[in-house]
Ligand binder design. Sequence first.
Ligand SMILES: Nc1ncnc2c1ncn2[C@@H]1O[C@H](COP(=O)(O)OP(=O)(O)OP(=O)(O)O)[C@@H](O)[C@H]1O
Length: 254
Amino acid sequence: MKPLLQVRDLRRSFYGVKVLTGVDLDVVDGTITGLIGPNGAGKSTLFNCISGLYMPDSGSVMFDGADVTRARTQDRVAAGLVRTFQLARGFPKLTVFQHFMLYGQNHPGEGLLASLTGSEAGRRHEEQLAEEALAIARRLRLTHVIDNPVTALSGGQKKLVEIGRALMAKPRLILLDEPMAGVNPTLTAEIAEHLKSLNADGVTICLIEHDMKLIGSLCDPVIVMAEGRKLTQGSFAEVVADGRVQEAYLGGRH
Ligand SMILES: Nc1ncnc2c1ncn2[C@@H]1O[C@H](COP(=O)(O)OP(=O)(O)OP(=O)(O)O)[C@@H](O)[C@H]1O
């Protein structure tokens, strides 16, 4: 089984506090890999280092065989390594369609300059992006809200827009940080179905989630982090039966 993502001995401290203490993990091509662990285990920091938002102090991140440890975020995105961000971090007043178009512009080989200069190539490029945006909206059942500002959407619809934006970048691996947080149960099930369907179409997914039922139904393998490193990994049944995992969660309770 080919690892699409390989993280080796990744370390990161903030103001002398060691948050990542030597993470080693693989995400295998074609999987939906779950990343769980008690609060403060370092999961989001790990995602930030993998996606290029933070630089690690040491260690390496390999994506599809290439060393991207120090690569710029946009170059990682161009290679197909994409993480979702909460809409609040972006442009809350833009519509769903505008969000999709904006993220599509980041795709490599797409002529942003051509788009801006109003050339024939630019117009074709815009049309193609618009078609992709509409197809993604259809896929995620967001067509009826495509012209609404994202602030007017429900929590679950916002999560779908975050996934849709990532899809505009044509990802090979999507890193999802709590895609179901604050989402009602009906839409949680719908988002889970979308993730399964994307995965069936060849998109590898790695997701951080606190909802264990969801992790159990979606993810194999499940990687458990504690105290800034990987504690263990296995099937959901294996990791929940592991005494070290139970200990880590109990110890992590505040
Ligand atoms: N930019 C930062 N500056 C200072 N400390 C940080 C920074 N980012 C993360 N940390 C610290 O790193 C530790 C791990 O945080 P992180 O968010 O990575 O954990 P997590 O496993 O994702 O937790 P949770 O499940 O609660 O989201 C926390 O103590 C956090 O305060």
